[in-house]
Design a protein around this ligand. Sequence first.
Ligand SMILES: Nc1ncnc2c1ncn2[C@@H]1O[C@H](COP(=O)(O)OP(=O)(O)O)[C@@H](O)[C@H]1O
Ligand SMILES: [Mg+2]
Length: 356
Amino acid sequence: MATLELYQVCKHFGASTALTPTSLQVADGEFVVLVGPSGCGKSTLLRMIAGLESPSGGEIRIGGHGVNAQEPSARDIAMVFQNYALYPHMSVRENLSYALKLRKLERAEITRRVDWAVDLLGLQPLLARKPAELSGGQRQRVAMGRAIVREPQLFLFDEPLSNLDARLRNHMRVEIKQLHRRLGTTTVYVTHDQVEAMTLAQRMVVMNHGRIEQVGTPEEVYAQPASTFVAGFLGAPPMNLLAAHISTDGTHVLVDDLAPLPLPAPQPALAGRAVTLGLRPEALLPAVDGRWPLTLNLLEALGGELLLHGSLGRQACVLRVATTASPWREGDTLRVDVASTALHLFDAASGQRLAP
Ligand SMILES: Nc1ncnc2c1ncn2[C@@H]1O[C@H](COP(=O)(O)OP(=O)(O)O)[C@@H](O)[C@H]1O
Ligand SMILES: [Mg+2]
């Protein structure tokens, strides 16, 4: 196990910047998830940690030692990819032991490690099969086994579940979490899936356009998104983001012609300012004497809960309510309330969090 430290690591491909100078510290044994939309630089960052890509600048340290000049094979890292990268002509057992044979480990040690991984991942019935005779989930499990037998200092995962169907993805997600609990190996896990990130991460790193937007526990990032990007990326459906401004006395937020919404605390510094008001779908509550009218355009029943799509003033908005049967119909106007403690304010131009 080891710590991982990045200092001002960046990457350019010709004239284009894949990663702006980025710093991050990962503690020994920590499970960190890099999450962000496709093309934001996650794989580039992971590949630089692995040594498959060299940084344009900055320093990478593993276990306190600079590794910029080290070959991938010298870094004591195991990486699991989306496409599994198993050797098609080898059996599962051979796939698991191959890297250890290359490293000239003793036979007894190879057997010990392979048996251990086989046991841990339930691979016993598959040992004689070739990759072509395995399902997607089984291949993914073999790929993880191949990483585990190396007993690396650091695990790197690049979207390992993206090729699996939803049910299997949920199952493997739980397996990966349990595996980390048992092994305690420092892990950096890349995904574009916010649910995977929220459920797996001890700390998540939200990336956008080649830079880090926010680092924190899933709870912190969800409760206090640092920007409209983060607010709109996490949560399904994501936070409602409404164009608004602060009253000239700094005590209320104003959305279109709706009744002013009191701020939890006066914000004299923001008086008169254009803002984006963020409200989670669960923060808006239908109430007979609610503050605002909401015109309902569309109802989505999701079993245990209901999504109400409507308009607040002139802006689209979604509510999530915990009920199975809807007392409302499309076209209805209902009243909604919002707890003033539930509001988020962002700068209208930059999208950066202002308050609370
Ligand atoms: N080998 C490469 N050559 C040129 N551009 C690249 C290369 N690899 C990645 N990029 C670019 O760098 C950016 C980040 O890519 P990537 O790290 O793969 O994103 P992600 O994994 O978040 O989807 C993208 O704009 C991508 O097109
Ligand atoms: Mg990628």
